[in-house]
Design a protein around this ligand. Structure first.
Ligand code: MSP
Length: 507
């Protein structure tokens, strides 16, 4: 079994913001979960460095596009470890290996008869680096995403014969209803296809900042084709993750292609759900299994974006509360697949009531009681059957949810068990049991059940809260992270160690 997940590659015309962190965190949760299953896993993220938006931004700053790309790619690269993203590689589309591979694949597309020369005219948004269809143009000829004026562009182009894939794409969507999720996005993509596909420009004539077209040096490839191909080209030159066996490591493309999941935001649906499969068909490459489309993080009702100037800075949040708190908040409060408002108030609320109280206190109280009443040592034996019942099938259920990229649903399932354990403490009142020698056996069972319950939820929470989960499992003396360890009763906890507060309140 293998698992390959990607994020979009981020434009280097601006610095990273919370919207980028959101997608990367979601992909990371999936990658970590699959590693817990023992699957060969590859997680790719990176930067999209060519094209007009980058060239324009560099021009405005009076520097070369390469300088801007170098500067901002570093910032995106630095974001990954700060949000605890465990990506196996970071691709930059200015990597020479990527550029050569783009030329190869697109030459094959041309040899296969899907490229021709023509002239393109249309309304163009330089920020989207995209020509807009008639129904995508706001009144006043503005971009509905960036609210800037569209420009009328006309230029010589080589075209990609997207229209030749009309029937094959329709058939793909009928045969594979889970190709795009959620359903509303599947419907949106399918109706775009059904409305009739027109050929699209494959190259840009006026631009020089891009991958040169090998058969016509006056052109560079349109940035979207260069960018999409990164999902494929990366596997040809990325170093193999150390966990792979020799055969898997010897050919990452063979091991991981086609990708299992492309996670994307809703603004780039058409490129991924329509152009991308068509391009792969034209190049005779296998199609990805799933494209999962998430919504936007909103602030004050608008898409959070650098160009709109309404961004919450992930670095500030992390500095104060840590990466886990940010990861948890985003995965919990903005259901993957929908738009969701973010605010400092909502963040602090989740941090306090759920991380600090529900989980943090539960863990500290339990460890403190085991230390106080039993010198830190648990007596071996069965866990409470009532709690066991509520944990039955839990890890299977989490895997099912994550297989469908339902990250928020999975987290809610886990959190129900965290709450269950909190109720259990209150019901059993171990502090009362501790007063009665005759009930020593009951106290042992309650402490064991609590420690084991916490261990189980913590294994499942690791993809979401990697730093705190590892600290907590260490304190419980049971560091095993594999999914097989997420069965209640499999823990064998013998001795617990003191734990500093996981989510301190006075930060
Ligand atoms: N470079 C292209 C993607 C090429 S993929 C082959 C691009 N880059 S981007 O930097 O503009 O956006 C990258 C991702 O960040 C997109 O999925 C986009 O939806 C996401 N987000 C940007 N702002 C966002 C929010 N405010 N909220 C959530 N995600 C958003 O598009």
């Amino acid at each position: 079994m293998s698992f390959y997940v990607t994020t979009p590659i981020y434009y280097v015309n601006a610095a990273p913001h919370l919207g980028h962190a959101y997608t990367t965190i979601a992909a990371d949760v999936m990658a970590r979960h699959h590693r817990q299953r023992g699957e060969a896993t590859f997680f790719l993220t990176g930067t999209d460095e060519h094209g007009e938006p980058v060239a324009d931004a560099a021009h405005a700053l009076g520097i070369s596009p390469q300088e801007l790309a170098d500067r901002n790619a570093e910032r995106f690269k630095a974001l990954a470890p700060q949000i605890e993203a465990s990506n196996d590689f970071f691709i930059r589309t200015t990597d020479p290996q990527h550029m050569a591979a783009v030329q190869q694949v697109l030459t094959r597309v041309r040899e296969n008869g899907f490229v021709y020369q023509g002239t393109y005219e249309g309304w163009y948004c330089p920020r989207c680096a995209d020509f807009k269809a008639e129904n995508e143009i706001d009144e006043d000829l503005r971009c509905p995403i960036h609210h800037i004026e569209l420009t009328r562009e006309q230029e010589d182009s080589y075209f990609f014969k997207l229209s030749a894939f009309q029937e094959r794409l329709e058939a793909l969507f009928v045969e594979r209803e889970d190709f795009v999720a959620p359903r509303s996005r599947y419907n949106e993509a399918l109706s775009f296809i059904r409305s009739g596909l027109r050929d699209v420009p494959l190259t840009r004539h006026k631009l020089t900042w891009g991958v040169p077209v090998p058969w016509d040096e006056e052109h560079v490839f349109y940035v979207w084709f260069d960018a999409l191909l990164s999902y494929y080209t990366a596997l040809a030159y990325a170093p193999a993750p150390p966990t792979l066996d020799a055969e898997q490591a010897s050919n990452l493309t063979k091991t991981f292609w086609p990708a299992n999941y492309h996670l994307i935001g809703k603004d780039i649906l058409r490129f991924h759900a329509v152009y991308w499969p068509a391009l792969l068909m034209a190049a005779e490459l296998e199609l990805p299994e799933h494209i999962f489309v998430h919504g936007f993080l909103l602030m004050d009702g608008e898409k959070m974006s650098k160009s709109l100037g309404n961004v919450l800075d992930p670095f500030t949040v992390i500095e104060r509360f840590g990466a886990d708190a940010l990861r948890f908040y985003l995965m919990r409060d903005v259901p993957l697949g929908q738009d969701g408002s973010v605010s400092t108030a909502a963040f602090e609320q989740r941090y306090e009531t759920e991380l600090a109280n529900d989980l943090g206190n539960l863990a500290s109280r339990t460890i403190a009681m085991i230390s106080r009443y039993r010198g830190g040592t648990l007596v071996p034996g069965e866990v409470d059957p009532a709690v066991r019942e509520d944990f039955l099938g839990l890890s299977e259920r989490i895997s099912e949810c994550l297989d469908r990229a339902e990250l928020t649903v999975a987290l809610e399932e886990i959190w129900q068990r965290v709450r269950r354990l909190n109720r259990y403490v209150e019901e059993q009142a171990p502090w009362q049991l501790a007063k009665d020698e005759a009930r020593a056996g009951d106290l042992d069972r309650v402490l064991r059940t609590l420690a084991e319950g916490i261990r189980t939820v913590t294994v499942l929470l690791w993809p979401y809260l990697p730093v705190s989960a590892e600290r907590l499992l260490d304190a419980l003396g049971a560091p095993g992270l594999s999914l097989a360890r997420a069965a209640l009763g499999s823990g064998g906890i013998e001795h617990v160690n003191p734990l500093e507060p996981l989510f301190p309140k006075d930060v």
